[in-house]
Design a protein around this ligand. Structure first.
Ligand SMILES: [Zn+2]
Length: 149
């Protein structure tokens, strides 16, 4: 099993919603892959915390997120910082979508939805952007600045 396949299923694994075969495959992957195991442990920590404590989002959370998105939309600077902000904006957008999707349910389900949304967006958007910017930095260092190894 590949990491991206395992990471997509870890929340279902945590909540015991997988078939025996899938469960076995994920268990085997987590035993040998420290990166995915760390993701699983982080997710377990958050989900356990949510199950044990009633968490309410602050009243001004939606306003703060919208302000960040609006601020980002209005700034058109081109720099590596923008790449990081793009990732953050996608996460914020994911949180907003989760808020809309889950707003009729209890806060635990809402918070889990936010976490899942941010987690999936991180896998799909932020990681590739991080890798791309690391790649660009490497190319710049080696071929333009001439100080690569
Ligand atoms: Zn892995």
């Amino acid at each position: 099993m590949e990491c991206n396949q395992a990471l997509i299923k870890v929340d279902e694994y945590f909540e015991n919603r997988l078939s025996d075969i899938e469960r076995h495959n994920i268990k085997k992957h987590l035993e040998k892959c420290s990166k995915c195991r760390q993701e699983y442990e982080d997710m377990s920590f958050v989900f356990n915390a949510l199950d044990n404590h009633f968490i309410n989002a602050p009243d001004d959370l939606a306003d703060k997120i919208m302000n960040k998105i609006i601020h980002f939309e209005s700034s058109k600077k081109r720099s590596t910082k923008v790449l990081r902000n793009i990732g953050a904006s996608f996460v914020a957008a994911g949180i907003m979508i989760s808020l809309l999707n889950f707003s009729n349910y209890n806060p635990i389900i809402l918070a889990k939805g936010i976490f899942r949304g941010a987690f999936e967006i991180n896998q799909v958007v932020t990681d590739p952007i991080t890798k791309l910017s690391q790649g660009l930095k490497y190319v710049t260092d080696v071929y333009i600045n001439g100080n690569g190894k």
